[in-house]
Write a protein that binds this ligand. Sequence first.
Ligand code: ADP
Ligand code: MG
Length: 769
Amino acid sequence: MIKLSNVSKYYNSGANVVLGLRKINLEFNKGDFVAITGESGSGKSTLLNVISGLDSYEDGEIYFNGQPTSHYDQCDWEEYRKNSIGFIFQNYNLIDSYTVLENVLAALLIKGYEKSEAKIKARKIIAKVGLTDKEKNRASQLSSGQKQRLSIARALAKETDVLIADEPTGNLDVENGNQIIELLYEISKEKLVIMVTHNFDEVKDYATRKIRMYDGEVQSDIVLEKNLKNIGTKPEECDAKNEKKCTIKQINNKKTAWEFALLNIKSQPKKVILLFVFLLFTAFSSYIFLGGLLSNIDDTTAKTFSYSAFYNGSNKRISVRKPNGDEMTDEDIAWLNNVDKVVGVDKYDLASDMCYAYRKDIDYKKFYHTKEFFDDDSEKPTDSYIVFLNYNNYIMSSNLLNKDNLSCGELPKDINEVVISSNNKELLGTTIKFYLSCQKEWPKDKYIEKDMKVVGLVNSNSGQVYFSDKLTGMMAATAYQKERYFCYVNKYRRKAEGVVNYSINDELEGTDAKLSYKMYNIIGYIPTNRSSMAIKSNIMKNDPYFKTSCIDLNILDSFKRTSETSLDVDYDVFNESSATIIEVNSETFYKMYKDIAEQVTVYIEDYAYADKVYDTIIQKGYEAVIPYKMGSINYSKEKVRARLVTLLISFSALLIIFFLEVLIIKSLLKYKKGDFVIFKLIGMNNKIVSYINYFELLVYQLFAIVCSMVIVWILCLNNVTYIINIFKYYKLSHYIIYVVLNVLVLLILGNSYNKYLKKNFSITSLSDN
Ligand code: ADP
Ligand code: MG
């Protein structure tokens, strides 16, 4: 069965060559119970290791079942160890964390048995060595004798014809030792058992052959009289028949590895938790720092906003229109409202660039001066005007609100109604003067004044005011229109002209119009016989005499000119709007302007989602711009620096975390090395070992990733602002990057650990344990 012919073995220890075996010639056959004796260092273990393929030989040839083995490569030896040799060690080499059943199961799984089948088989073998009542105990909880019996059970599970035992009784007392010998003797009836012992007496009743080693050579080889001593019952014959039915499938490495990975996770809870906690730490912190990186990838944050194109550079604003300039209908708006992360759609985008002032000394300051054309100082009327202190209160319409947003009151319907942000309920129902302006198109001192009634309150301290659709529509309509006015002495003689803005005042009837004070000042010299004014719409700008496009306005005529230098003026007629504002009613107003929304403003939850929402809108076929991005042109030194610092910190933190992960987890894994050496000793191939590591790590890692996400989710639910600000930047692709990154690091880790295992696999690494 096994034949050694002139086998020699040398050890290279440094410069010296130590002789292990010299020209050994031996032959072993089935049914033999070979006892190898000899002094310590005589080469007994070396002989066994060479026979069992745990160690190489330099010279001669070993024949196994007649086939030479000297040409075997690493794979062949793995196969040989797995299929041909069962081992029993002096120090048992059990997986301590596994139960008795699992230890035997391991050997069967490595052989390729199905788990369920393997379990049945394992129980039978355990019964054979008398450990049935210890089946569920961990190997570490067994006594020495039980451990060695388990080790024999495991060797039996391999169903090899050869069983090799290196001083199996070395750590046992006499009684336990005898039981083991008896067990081996029983086994030897069907197999070849080769056993090393330094105490031949214990086997003298059983051994069929005695080999004595001395200094790496066979000193004597005696065939003993066949021992007829019959101990215990014969091994069950039926097993041999049953076993033939069991089909050992072509071993599926991945499946086997998976079984082992689960077995390991189940049997080593403390180690698993330790590993998991660390992986959780890295998964969580990499989640955070990747978020830090992502939230700074957009370099718009490093730029300053310039008001060249848009005045309202809110980073939550996206302006949307149709490519052909058609009206944005209610369906369009409804669709936009339904886009994920959109908080509201303001129907009239142009008004979003216009501003308002209403809080005295916060938004504006009021000044007075005497009207210059009253020379006589008896009754000097004072002309007041305001100066905006703040051009950043942008007009928003109540489209963005619904009834639930209000703490009390109603949504504004009429042009004179507003909802303001305030907690002060007393403001409800009061009238406040508002000043509206368009800083982009209008001169700085030009504004429309309106008395507005507070009809609702929003519980917020943002100061934001929400106007009616009517008002935002009106503002949007006039935003970029530069209407000219002309005053005529008669049909052919123009007296005055200029740029005018119209404003709606529905208290006016028909074509009645109310002029601003300054307007009056300009047209103050209209002859008393003429109180109407030709109003031109934009299109007809170049043809002031085209009558049909003109609307004759009836200027409320409360002033009378009595001479070239003095006027009677009823000041109540004038509104406080600055410069050239003419108030007309809606009907007249919309004869001049289109009442359609061509461009709408989409407000998003956060700038983090700007690109995502933008892409969705563009894909639907709209035109869109993100004013904040468009207007942010110039880099600001400080902002660039701050951004770079954040990027650098996040990036290096990520690197450090991953580096630490590889380093620490690898050293945590090293304590598992012993188990893998044992697996390999009992025939597990390198592939399975690698897979086990990858699978185990993968399970921990994925679990850690899921846990980090859950933790972040909980933190976000609890309004931890810092976390929220980071995680809103995560998009689906970023989650994928995050998972891939973490899994990649884990693969690197697994790979380096597997390399380490490969390099450090040797029998000596076992005796170190
Ligand atoms: P024993 O009969 O006690 O089992 P061994 O077979 O272990 O003896 O050792 C036989 C000889 O080979 C001894 O001289 C030992 O020092 C040497 N030897 C065994 N293993 C190694 C090794 N890995 N490297 C160098 N020398 C070794
Ligand atoms: Mg030895």
